[in-house]
Design a binder for this molecule. Sequence first.
Ligand SMILES: [Zn+2]
Length: 293
Amino acid sequence: MKVFYDERQSVAANSSFSPSAEKPARVLDSWLKIGIPFEVCSFAPLTADEMAMAHDPFYVDGILSLEEPNGFGNKNPEVAGALPWVCGSMVAAALHTYKTGELSFSPTSGAHHACYAHGMCYCTFNFLAMAAIKVHQAGASKIGILDLDCHHGNGTVNIIDRLGIDYIRHYSFGLEHLKRGKAAEEWLMRLPEIISTFRDVDLLIYNAGVDPHIEDPLGGILTTRQMTLRDRIVFKAAKQLELKVCVSLAGGYQVDADGSIDKLLELHDTTFKAGWTAYENVTEKGASSFARE
Ligand SMILES: [Zn+2]
């Protein structure tokens, strides 16, 4: 299992309600403590031209030159400097998984609201779309984006429409408009069927948002048990279909008064463990205690 991480993709000092910019470093630290064996891989940042494959080139230049506000609504030069690395992480993970079939993670958030010519809602550049475009260029016929963030991936849809892309299959949990309780349970029962609609894709990008969690200020649907079940179902169903899967973090907004994001880290840890258990823990011998939970 690979994680495509570079410290240059994380920004510690970004003033925003969303902790997305600081998450890469925090999540990597948290994953290192779990005890799952994985390799941290280096990669190149994307160039402005590469990022403009999914966006208006003038928008890309406006962001990088600090003339336009980013998806957080500020012009923080550290965010602008991190963005080519953030996008590079997702693209590298997607290409690696497409070429090798190995499960990979990109500890990145803040993509799916980013439209062709503007950012919004803590999303500046749509690296999900960039990854799909790059993987298509590398030879893939169909790419799936399974977006289980709590909110609609409107930016991804906008880019697909704007560029007339016919090779991306897209599912957005946000469009389900689920209520908690019975409706959430019923959705979990339907989830294997939803995954099966991706059975013919050459790569599945799983946007594993943790903001559907019941205590998330911008979510409020799935309990901790249901979030765990969600990730187990996704990876188990995908593995049964022999899908190649790479994972992005997406949203999550549970921040304590002291700035702690421990609740988010626990949820991202759950996704990481579920992926490893389904895709890497192939022998009894390799099983560790948490895999047998
Ligand atoms: Zn969200």
